[in-house]
Design a protein around this ligand. Structure first.
Ligand SMILES: [Zn+2]
Length: 211
């Protein structure tokens, strides 16, 4: 994998495994609280793919430089669906849905290790949980049509590594294939199915949702 940093603070990562795909991502700065994510236009990147938090001045960066985890999707195409109600208002969405055609490559938003490959017929369908190297974050990829070839639990992923393909397995609408992507803050000892969600939208789009 190679990385090029250009002058507007955007980083393009080209993966040899996704030769035709480019992934745009932005660094984030700010103090991460469960329901509040501060985002700066100052870009913090780590082309080496190290997931360790990066301190910039007096602020602390959470999951720095998340890649948009669907190949070819630009920040401006993202929609903040984090607070949308699900199940008739019974629960909050707590994730972002990234719409894309079935079969579009899904890539790892950040470095980490595949902690759990899980199938939930009534939920996320074919799904993957990837834990950051520092253990503080878990990234959840759901409704996949399939995993990337050879994907297995315990596997180390780089930012941009293949995870699978967009689909609509589980409780997604076949007419609206998408990646359901969640970012969960993990307390010490929490399991793959636990954690506290934060809104991935500003992390991926590089700006707070307009209200
Ligand atoms: Zn969703």
């Amino acid at each position: 994998m190679g990385a090029i940093v250009n002058r507007i603070g955007r980083v393009v990562v080209s993966s040899v495994l996704l030769a035709a795909a480019t992934i745009f991502y932005f660094g984030i700065t700010g103090t991460i609280a469960p329901n509040q994510v501060a985002v700066s236009t100052d870009t913090v990147v780590n082309p080496a793919g190290d997931a360790a938090p990066v301190a910039v001045g007096s602020v602390v960066v959470g999951p720095a430089g998340l890649a948009i985890p669907v190949a070819g999707v630009r920040p401006g195409q993202l929609v903040d669906t984090y607070t949308q109600a699900r199940a008739g208002g019974a629960r909050r969405h707590d994730a972002i849905d990234i719409m894309a055609a079935t079969g579009t490559p899904v890539v790892s938003a950040a470095p980490g290790r595949v902690e759990k490959l899980y199938f939930s017929n009534g939920g996320g369908g074919i799904s993957a949980y990837v834990r950051s190297d520092d253990g503080l974050w878990n990234y959840y990829y759901a409704h996949l049509s399939a995993y990337a070839p050879g994907l297995r639990e315990g596997q180390r992923l780089h930012r941009g590594s293949p995870v699978g393909y967009v689909g609509y397995t589980g409780n997604a609408n076949p007419e609206g294939p998408h990646l359901h992507f969640a970012v969960n803050r993990m307390a010490p000892g929490e399991k793959w199915y636990q954690g506290t969600p934060i809104n991935p939208y500003p992390l991926l789009a590089g700006n707070a949702a307009k209200r």
